[in-house]
Design a protein around this ligand. Structure first.
Ligand SMILES: [Zn+2]
Length: 482
């Protein structure tokens, strides 16, 4: 996650980022325009004062393991954050990374699947469950949840903090905290009188040495989720397979999601709110078979940090005034909510989506935005591609056109319903070739790029909604759902 120019220095140093981000959740998502004309450097927006990376501490990480990936000293990382290098950072704590340094993927990194057991995950790294559990500090079945980032097999010498050893005296409390059990339970299980009496490299046994098999699993039905982990502002697909038909339900993130029947199985598409705080969230999947018997599956799912960047946008007074006119912005948003929600049981697309235009992505999805330095109260709800006026816009996938009309902020806007609660919106066009009710196919031209509405340069803004939430459209170009 990189923060571009304009972040006040007091903000960068206080580390109160998470509290600050929570405040943003009070605001409805609104998409506003920002596009750089290709090849033209704008004056103020191009100034980069300082770059700083952010990293949200994950389960099992320490200053040592993070610093190892960054190629710097653990002490340097801790001191850069004005923290004690002798303590473990909290899970979810946001650390500032020194300028110009980014996290690299870890060797052996994996993610626990929706219904995977301890033994199944360990087998992927070719090791027994107990060793896998030690390596990843899995001390209780409740700490093996879906989407959990784990280390699979391989050499663990580079990750001393991941090995539960007596030299890590904070280990017992950290393990107990993560497993939601008392430190005394771990000590009793290991007949340890005091953590200070442990000999170096003493492995602690874990309370859960069974396979962490989920009780409700049977051979008659299975559940899966992809991709894992989920991120705020992304799509997560849940699939349910059963040998017998029934009625399936999916409850996640405080709501139930529409489930579609798909070639003998069931699927739900979850649009994860961009403002959701990363963390563990329970999912509940049910299947009531036609003979009345029911299957139930429950597990926590990890929602990881989306690693979005932030940008400050300088607007002219007249555009700024319009963006501050709630009658205009809220009215337009409510109109979009009416157009871009609703569940059609038919699925029009197949496989991945294609880009509606090819060109430079001038602004990715999800970037936090501060207009005229008033604070980061909105985010970019779509994907901007900077291409000249008149460039053909094509449908990214099959669907039915549900709207093509002029809006104040979004200009000439076209919306396609792809089915199953998935909608594409295209803003700021110069012309439209389609009308509501038209069936369009992937690759078919639906309009042309423009600079209409509140836009500073010709570009296409592509916005994708999944069951009521704006999500990253690029994910649909890379991942095939369901
Ligand atoms: Zn945009």
């Amino acid at each position: 996650m990189l923060y571009k120019k304009g972040i006040p220095s007091y903000f960068m140093k206080t580390c109160k980022i998470s509290a600050w981000i929570k405040g943003l959740a009070l605001f409805l998502l609104v998409c506003f325009i920002q596009a750089k004309p290709p090849g033209v450097a704008s004056s103020q927006e191009e100034q980069q004062v300082e770059l700083v990376g952010l990293h949200s501490v994950r389960y099992g990480e320490s200053f040592e393991s993070i610093a190892l990936q960054l190629g710097i000293q653990a002490q340097h990382l801790a001191e850069f954050n004005m923290l004690d290098p002798g303590l473990l950072p909290h899970i979810g704590q946001v650390l500032l990374l020194p300028a110009g340094i980014e996290m690299a993927p870890e060797p052996g990194a994996g993610v626990v699947g929706l219904a995977e057991t301890l033994r199944e995950v360990a087998a992927r790294g070719g090791e027994p469950a107990i060793e896998f559990a030690h390596r990843n500090r899995i001390v209780h079945c409740s700490s093996l949840f879906a989407g959990l980032p784990v280390l699979l097999g391989g050499d663990i010498s580079g990750h001393p903090s991941r090995t539960v050893s007596a030299s890590d005296r904070l280990g017992i409390w950290s393990l107990a905290y993560q497993a939601n059990i008392s430190p005394q339970s771990i000590m009793l299980l290991n007949t340890v009188g005091s953590p200070y009496t442990l000999s170096p490299d003493h492995y602690l046994s874990i309370p859960c040495e069974d396979d962490c098999r989920l009780e409700q699993e049977t051979t008659e039905w299975s559940v899966a989720m992809k991709p894992l982990p989920c991120f705020p502002g992304s799509t997560c697909g849940v699939s349910i397979r059963s040998t017998e038909p029934g009625i399936a339900g999916v409850e996640f993130l405080g709501q139930s999601w529409p489930v579609a029947e798909d070639a003998g199985s069931y699927a739900a598409l979850i649009g994860v709110n961009r403002w959701l705080t990363p963390g563990r969230y329970p999912i509940r999947i049910t299947l009531i078979k036609n003979d009345g018997t029911a299957f139930e599956f429950e597990r926590d799912v990890w929602i990881a940090d989306g690693d979005y960047s932030a940008e400050v946008i300088v607007l002219s007074p007249d555009i700024d005034a319009l963006l501050n006119d709630e009658a205009v912005t809220q009215g337009e948003l409510l109109y979009l909510v009416a157009v871009m929600t609703g569940f059609r049981t038919e699925r029009f697309w197949d496989g991945t989506f294609q880009m509606p235009v090819e060109g430079e992505i001038s602004s990715p999805f999800g970037t936090l935005r501060s207009y005229n330095d008033r604070g980061f109260f909105s985010y970019h709800a779509g994907l901007d591609v900077a291409v000249p006026t008149g460039t053909p816009v094509v449908a990214p996938a099959d669907g039915v056109v549900v709207d093509s009309s002029w809006l104040v902020v979004r200009g000439l806007a076209t919306v396609i319903d792809h089915g199953w609660g998935v909608y594409s919106g295209f803003w700021h066009q110069s012309s439209s070739l389609v009308s509501p009710g038209d069936l369009v196919h992937a690759g078919q031209q639906i309009g042309a790029v423009g600079n209409t509405g509140l836009s500073t340069a010709a570009h296409l803004h592509w916005e994708l909604w999944v069951n009521g939430f704006a999500v990253n459209p690029l994910q649909w170009v890379e991942v095939s759902f369901p």
